[in-house]
Structures are given as C-alpha cells and as structure tokens.
Design a protein around this ligand. Sequence first.
Ligand code: WTA
Length: 681
Amino acid sequence: MMCSLWRGTLLTLTSSLNRRVFQCCRQLGRSYNIASCMPEAVAFQGVSDHSGLYKFSVNESDRFWGAVARQRLSWISPFHTVQNCDFSQGKIKWFEGGKLNVSVNCLDRHVQTCPERVALIWERDEPGTEVKITYRQLLELTCRLGNLLKRQGVRRGDCVTIYMPPCPLAMASMLACARIGAAHNVVFAGFSSEALADRIRDAQSSTVITVNQGVRGGKVVDLKRTVDQAVQNCPTVQQVLVAMRTENTVPMTDRDVPLEEEMMKEDVVCEPVAMDSEDVLFLLYTSGSTGKPKGLVHTQAGYLLYTSLTHRYVFNYHDGDVFGCVADIGWITGHSYIVYGPLCNGGTTVLFESTPVYPNPGRYWEMVERLGINQFYGAPTAIRLLLKYGDEWVQNYNRSSLKTLGSVGEPINTEAWEWYHRVVGDGRCPVVDTWWQTETGGICIAPRPADPEAEIVPGMAMHPFYGIKPALLDTEGEVLSSNDSTGALCISQAWPGMARTIHNHHQRFTETYFHPYPGFFFTGDGAHRSKEGYYQIIGRLDDVINVSGHRLGTAELEDVVNQCPGVAESAAIGYSHDIKGEGVYVFVVLKKAVMVEEDVLAQQLREMVSRSIAKYACPDFIQVVRCLPKTRSGKIMRRVLRKVVERNTDELGDLSTLDDPDSVHEVIRGHRRLRGDGKQQ
Ligand code: WTA
C-alpha cells in the first residue's frame, strides 16, 4: 500500500517535474535558437526557427526590415516609411524620412567602442608585406580625404570616379565620398582608357582619384598614364588626385593633385553629412546583353543594411573574425563584401592586391595561414585554375582558421566545388555558393543561413535570403509554382539592397528589369528549383542553348565536361544549325601536362554527356584550346566565343577588357582547322 502510494506520488511528481523541465528546455531551446538565428527575431510573433523567420521576412516584410534597420544602423533621424515600391514604374524606395551617414555607420561607431580593432588588412602584392589599419586610422584617412575633396570643390551630389587598385586609400576614397555626400564611381583598374573615359563621361565626374602606378603579380602597371589618356576625352574632368603606390614619379600636370601631400594638410575631423536614405551612394557600371555598360545606382540605407545583414548571416561572420574576400574593389563583390558589409559590422576585412598564382599557386592558402583568415570568399574561375596545379599547393599551408568558404560570380561546377570543400576546407567548412548580381546589391540566394546542420548540395545556391522571394517564370510569363521546374529567375518583391535605377536612363532600367515579366524583377538568369525546393542557377538566359527544342544550360553541360578526366575547364556555346536550330560547340582546356588524342577525348566527352544529360546535349564540335578568352575579372567571354563559332570574327568588338587577347586568335585558328572555312557541318 505504502509502497504503491509512494510510487504514485513519486510518479506524479517526476512526471510534472519532467514536464516542467521539458517545457523549460523547449522555451530555452526556442529562445536560444531563434536569438542565435537573429536577435531581432525574438520580437517576431510566432517565429521559432529559421524557416519561420524566413517566412516572416517575406510575409511581414515591413516589420522585418523595419526592425532590422532600426536595430543595426545608426540613424541621425528615424525613417517614417519602411518601403514605398512599385515594380511597374521601377520605383524602389526604402526607409524614407530617415537620415544617416554611411561612413559613420562603417567607422565612427566602431571607433567609439573599439578604436584599435583592425578594420583592414591590406594584403599587398608581395607576400609578407601586409599593412594593418585600425578603425581609428581608417577614420582619420577618410576624414582627411573628405576635407581635401571639399577643398577641391567636391560637393554633395557630385560623382567622383575612382580608378585605383585595391589599397587603403581606395577604400578611404569611397568612404570619404560617403562622408561628404558625394557619390562614387569605382572603375576596375584593369579597364582600358577608353572604357574608363566612357564611364567618367557618363557619370559626369569632375574629379578622378587614381594612383601613380599599380603593382600586380610582380608587374608595375601605369595607371596614371591610362587616366591621362582617358581624361583627354573627358571635358568634365577638372582635377585628378594622384596617390603614390610606388616610389616612381610620373608626369604631373596642372590638373593633377598629389594626394598624400595634400591630405596631410587637412584636419582629421570631418563633419559627416546627414544623407537621406534614398540619396545616391554610388554608381557601378556593368555590361548588359545590349548597348553600352549601364551605371547601376545604389542608395544609402537599404544597400548598407542589406550588405551588412548578408555578410553577417551568409558567412556566419562573428566579431573578431578575419574576412577574406579576394575580389577587386572595382566590382560589386568588392563594394559589398570588402568595404560596406564587413565595415558596417565592425569586422576585419582583407584587401587583396595580388593574383591567385603570384608568386606561386599557393598564394591564397599561404595568406590564409599568415593572416588567420576565417571566411574566404572567391571566384570559381580561380578555384578551377588552382585545382589544375594540384593539392600540394594547398596542403603546404595550415588552413585550420577557415570556417566558411564562399563562391561567387558564376556557376561553380561540381568538381571545383568538391575540391574547394575537400582539399581547401579539409571537408569541414561549409561551402556557400552565393548567387547575386550588381543589380541585387548583395547575396540573394545561398545555402546559408539555414536550419542548423541543413545539407549543402554541391554547386547549388539553394535558399533565398531573408526578404527574398524568388519566382520561376516560363516563356509565357506564367509562374511555375511546383518544384522540379526550370524557368526565368525573377524576384517577386522588393528588398532593400536592390539597385534603384540606371544613371540617367530610368527607362532602360524599367525595360530591362521590370518589363519582361510584369510585376517581377527579372534577373536575366535561368534557374532550376529541385524537388526539394532548392535553387540552382543555370546561367544567363542568353547562354541557354536550344537544341531541337530542348533547352540546355551551358553551365549544366560544362559541369559534365569538366568532370571528364584531363579537362581543366570548358565553355559550351550554341551555334546556329540548319536542322537542330542550335548545335553545341565546346571549347576545352586540358589540365597541365595532359596529352590526349582529340578524337579519343571527343569520344569520351560525348559518352559522358549522353550518360549524364541526354544524347541531344552531345557536342557537335570539341576544340581543344590553350586557354579561354576571359575578362580580367575572370569571366569567360562567351560573346567572343559565340562570334567565333558563328564565324562573325569581323565583328569581335572591343577586346580591351580581355586578359589575354592573343588567346582569341588561337581560338579562331583552331576553329578554322576544325570546321574549315564556311563549310557547314
Ligand atoms: C552570375 C556578381 C551562378 C549570374 C556578384 C549573374 C552566378 C551574374 C553566381 C552577375 C552563382 C553570380 N552561380 N551564376 N553563384 N553568382 N552569377 O553583376 O549570371 O558581376 O546574373 O555580380 O553572374 O554578375 P555581376
């Protein structure tokens, strides 16, 4: 009796205790989880995990972005309206009524809390000569430069063109513009003088900032000379500020201002201008499928918020981490993930001046070891290049600091993804394939953030970021609502990071991005949504080959070709074919020291393609080349290859942005050998 009573009481006690403990754990677990997802999310009703937070961010977009903007940015005066957007007019406005200064958000507020934290590690061309700059020092540089720009007559609303290699003064120039309310227009320092002149004229800049010379891969580049040539054809330019990257003097004219000398005369305090959320922060020129490069416009608050949030959550960046993005500041990746995102988060960011193979193919990994880089963000083209040199160049260095590896700019093929993951990351770092564009301002689709331990599929960008609602549309403009479908990748509602217009061409903006699929922002890319609902980018829609009515993504095809033994890299191009509509022509680069008969290789490739995709996808022509024509940023020039396979070599156009123009002539000769002149297969 006693016994059973006791047992009963005990049972009741333990079960209620268990229940309480269990509830307590659930509550703890819940608040712990969601706060670790994002602290603001604790206040979002009904949100208890990552997918709940994502749904909230797209369904309650005003509340989500409003809370995040109030929490993460320092405002001079608060905004009254979270968003005011209408895709049909291409109207995109965020945080209206708000005033802030981007340089204050990136510098001053961190100087207040941790002035001696390293903001920037300048990884100079020569390994082992890096320069560290603290938040306090970067603020001083920025203020001096801001004062100098004002003294030289630069006013709020002006646009300053920056033609500099990655260096602290380039970064300080961008921030100085932001401080005094001028817009910047950074032009990649690999562009020719004509390309630079076009951009200066279109931006109507009266001030250009440059360096005497650049240094890259052990070679000296005369950047000032390029600017001199460019400004001859730019009547708007009144002055050129010249920083000294090397000790060599260069000819200076009346128009030229010695930058360091003059900025040392300036005060280290420069009052930040209160900017409206929707004032212009910068222009950045990018090529479209037609016409001249377009100057995409990004504004203050929304862009800054979006880059900082994506930087924090896609890469799982934490205080004290060293973030290594090896892009050039001349591209959007450099703007968003070297400068604005990391600095807004008070991070330590690396500015890489060199190349992946200087002085040898171990450069990246030697740098990772020396600087203790925690997140490494690079381009597939470099990964593929390094893969060719073998694993030893990686394994020679200690990469235990690495926590996350990122990829951007083009589809990453499975072989490169796996090498990055297995060899570079020792199989322990998540690899995030991040999809986005100059137009989107920041990362829109990436495997992280996601539920903890969520799987990552090689070569897939996978999940939309908070606030991003992707849609796939078919050629009729219908939304494909089921999974396992392929279509034009669009985004169905506004997000704060998106471009606001094309400088001086708002109509081109609406026509390019909003007219093709009314009600949607059209990315120009094609994508597949898998059975599981994961997004995979196929590539530009203009690169999709249509063979006998079957769509074939060039990226999809290259992925297979690249897995063929001996193949380092490839490019698949559609060419017009009398019967099939389009046929497939593949250019192949072999790995170093691989010798193979072209016939044997072709046979192998065709077999693999038939096996992996379908017979229709088999290439009609396979041409082995020494290297593929690429832009200096590493993008394969498909336009050039298409002209070659279409035999329009008279119209190759401007090759000035090519890394190695000779490679084009080699490709043309090889093509002639393969197909003969004018003979249709
Ligand atoms: C392509 C670079 C596949 C895509 C940030 C896009 C990608 C264009 C990826 C934008 C990726 C970028 N997978 N393709 N992860 N990331 N792209 O403006 O075609 O230089 O439209 O911006 O690069 O290039 P942009």
